[in-house]
Design a protein around this ligand. Structure first.
Ligand code: PEP
Length: 236
């Protein structure tokens, strides 16, 4: 059974939440599905999922590197746990490119999440410039070195080449298989590796059938209850 995690980014509203959660719950979907929502919707989502006794996993899209203190506007890993989160995205390409998150910052966030008992989905992937200059694998090795020594059942990797995010271009099956195989060679065969980058209902089967793909991280297509449900059905 493969994993499907939706990343709403800074989209959606409370009406969408009240459409998506019941749709997934009625389908009987459970712990192989995750929803990474904007912070304000987490409390309501937690109550909906708890009421339905659903195993669907709730997640955030970011977390503070600090446990508490004078960090106005930040949200700690402990707070996310209080609101029912089990997952957290770390190092999403949009955070790195738009908010200046360096590898030093993502490393601290990763450890803050692990220390609090959250399951980090650590996003890695090359830019187009890195790919074209033949640096994709070296930057991957540098990223993955942060996870050396962390047991593979405590995190997942999301391979998200930034050139494939949000723009309708999906990496080819060969690109995905090659990079997922590389990640598993570096971190160990038991590492769960999800693919993210313009996965939609119409192409999910081609991605999910690949042996090295343990699941998908879905951005824009997670904003339609029916399309997200279709992807979950393909993965089930
Ligand atoms: C994402 O932002 O994590 C993502 C995979 O986006 P999209 O599916 O829209 O490319």
């Amino acid at each position: 059974m493969k994993t499907v995690i939706g990343n709403w980014k800074m989209n959606g509203n409370i009406d969408l939440l009240h459409e998506v959660v019941p749709t997934l719950v009625q389908e009987g979907l459970g712990s192989t599905v995750g929803l990474c929502l904007p912070y304000p919707y987490l409390g309501a989502a937690h109550l909906l999922l708890r009421e339905a006794q659903s195993g669907i996993k709730l997640g955030a899209q970011n977390v503070s590197e600090h446990p508490s203190g004078g960090h106005t506007g930040e949200i700690s890993a402990g707070m996310l746990k209080e609101f029912g989160c089990r997952l957290v995205l770390i190092g999403h390409p949009e955070r790195r490119s738009m908010y200046g998150e360096t590898r030093e910052v993502t490393a601290r966030k990763l450890h803050a999440a692990l220390d609090a008992g959250l399951y980090p989905v650590y996003c890695v992937g090359e830019t187009l410039a890195q790919r074209e200059s033949g640096k994709a694998h070296q930057q991957m090795v540098d990223e993955l070195s942060l996870l050396a020594g962390v047991p593979t059942d405590r995190f997942a990797i999301a391979y998200e080449p930034s050139w494939a995010i949000g723009g309708g271009v999906t990496a080819t099956a060969a690109d995905i298989s090659e990079m997922h195989g590389f990640i598993k060679d570096v971190l160990g065969a038991g590492t769960r590796v999800l693919y993210g980058g313009s996965v939609k209902a119409h192409n999910a089967a081609q991605v999910l059938c690949l042996g090295s793909v343990d699941g998908v991280l879905v951005g824009n297509a997670a904003l339609s209850a029916s399309e997200f449900l279709s992807i979950c059905r393909i993965a089930d």
